[in-house]
Design a protein around this ligand. Structure first.
Ligand code: ADE
Length: 226
């Protein structure tokens, strides 16, 4: 069972994430274990200081090395992967999420809005990951996104294994539209082909919708496949 430790300044941001939803069920069922740690637990001064002004000047505060070194040195195990969430990391992708899902032990360090001491990155971190080209106020939600994305690759977390294979990005096309009952709702009918029972025709129609949607929304994905 993969074990994930998250180190953050804002542990309460993860309360709902870990208790509700499919991920919460996966944790309850023992498919993965997630522990949230407040970085302040590793401070030693009266004010529980985690940041300080940058050497060389400039605006903002920088996460201090001492509590982070203490936290990671306490939590790490041989062979674990230590990850720092940051907008200048490698982009999260399905293959990366899948690789992470196979790790026995991950430590996710959530960053500070204004930066962390470089010695943490140089000496404690194995990989830096970004969840997209935008800047969050801190990395805690990014850590949640990484966990959610990788949890889907852990056997048993998703009820139906096959829901993994059909969807966006596994085949580099966006998803086809889905419909359920009723066949007509407020004058809006479900496309006829889906009611036809002709599986060949349905597959063709779905593929055409995928290509159409991908061309409209993510033409870059089509360029990658050709
Ligand atoms: N911390 C702040 N912004 C982030 C992002 N886009 N990805 C990962 N960590 C972050």
């Amino acid at each position: 069972m993969p074990r994930i430790d998250i180190i953050t300044l804002f542990p309460r941001m993860l309360d709902g994430f870990l208790t509700g939803s499919i991920l919460g069920k996966g944790i309850d069922a023992g498919h993965l274990a997630v522990a949230v740690h407040d970085l302040r637990a590793w401070t030693t001064d009266k004010h529980r200081t985690t940041d300080d002004r940058p050497f060389g000047g400039g605006a903002g505060m920088v996460l201090k090395p001492e509590p982070v070194f203490a936290a990671i040195e306490q939590l790490q195990t041989p062979g674990c992967r230590r990850i720092y969430l940051t907008p200048d990391g490698v982009p999260l992708s399905p293959p990366l999420a899948q690789t992470l899902s196979r790790q026995r032990h991950l430590i996710l360090l959530s960053g500070h809005y204004e930066g962390i001491d470089q010695r943490i990155r140089d000496h404690l971190i194995d990989q830096e990951i970004s969840i997209g080209d935008y800047v969050l106020t801190n990395g805690t939600l990014a850590a949640a996104v990484v966990i959610d994305a990788l949890s889907r690759f852990i056997p048993g977390v998703l009820g139906e294994e096959k829901s993994l294979t059909h969807e966006s990005f596994t085949g580099k096309l966006l998803d086809f539209p889905q419909y359920t009952r009723p066949a007509e709702f407020r004058g809006m009918p479900v496309p006829e082909v889906l009611l036809s029972g002709d599986h060949g025709k349905i597959e063709k129609w779905r593929h055409a919708r995928q290509v159409e949607k991908t061309r409209q929304v993510r033409p870059d994905l089509l360029k990658q496949t050709t």
